[in-house]
Design a protein around this ligand. Structure first.
Ligand code: DC
Length: 227
């Protein structure tokens, strides 16, 4: 039987983590786990309930009634409702950092994330995967890009999806979210000491995929199927 391998990809918002993780997972036949989607789904539920996402006590009181499922094809369900599209809307992106800063919500979602990594080879992306969720991950990558590059990438993605916004709005929102994610008390965004730093500002998606595969092979000896 093949050894179970875990790959953690952390980094700031819109650094291209999920694009790369999805492609690498497909090549290696690993399960891709988008932990940001879980925090987004929780935020969606809080706001649907009319609860203020900045009200920690009220948001955390919803924990027992929220069930989040990540399904094949990047489908995200909250209590069986398909919220795949809604969780990418601007009002969710602007509020998710508050929800992700609440310890009780993090503990609930982290437990689920660890369970998912127990029996399958996974590529998990987020902010605290290498430092907190999977501290013993076989491979840790800290993926970064300049804030301007990240804003342009997210702007182009939004245009494609028909989401209205300006480049300046996106850049301001990324800076604000990174600040909250990096300065929260519990499991903040940090590069793990044993993570490989990967600056993708000047790299194409294909170049990043190849580099990540190289890192996985070097760290684990895993044989990558012929592309
Ligand atoms: O990766 P993303 O933009 O979809 O993440 C949404 C938010 O969730 C982001 O503000 C950071 C937070 N997050 C987190 O705190 N920890 C994770 N493991 C993943 C995401």
């Amino acid at each position: 039987m093949r050894k179970i391998i875990s790959v953690a990809i952390d980094g700031p918002a819109a650094a291209g983590k999920s694009t790369i993780a999805k492609k690498v997972a497909k090549i290696l036949n690993f399960t891709y786990i988008d932990t940001g989607a879980m925090y987004r789904a929780f935020t969606y539920y809080v706001m649907k309930k009319g609860v203020d996402p900045q009200d920690e006590e009220a948001a955390c009181a919803l924990i027992p009634e929220v069930e989040i499922n990540l399904e094949p094809g990047d489908v995200v369900l909250v209590n069986q409702e398909d919220v795949t599209k809604q969780i990418r809307e601007t009002y969710i992106s602007s509020n998710v950092s508050y929800i992700a800063s609440y310890r009780a919500i993090r503990l609930a979602l982290v437990e689920q994330q660890r369970r998912l990594a127990r029996n399958n080879s996974v590529i998990m992306d987020g902010r605290d995967i290498g430092t907190y969720v999977l501290p013993d991950a076989d491979v840790k990558i800290f993926q970064v890009a300049s804030v301007h590059t990240r804003a342009i990438r997210r702007y182009e993605e939004n245009l494609e999806k028909g989401i209205q916004c300006t480049l300046q709005q996106i850049e301001d929102d990324l800076v604000r979210r990174d600040y909250i994610d990096s300065n929260r008390e519990f499991a903040p965004l940090r590069q793990a000491p044993d993570a490989v730093l990967l600056d993708t500002s000047l790299m194409s998606i294909e170049e990043v995929v190849v580099r990540v595969l190289e890192i996985i092979v070097a760290k684990t000896g895993y044989e990558v199927p012929k592309l």
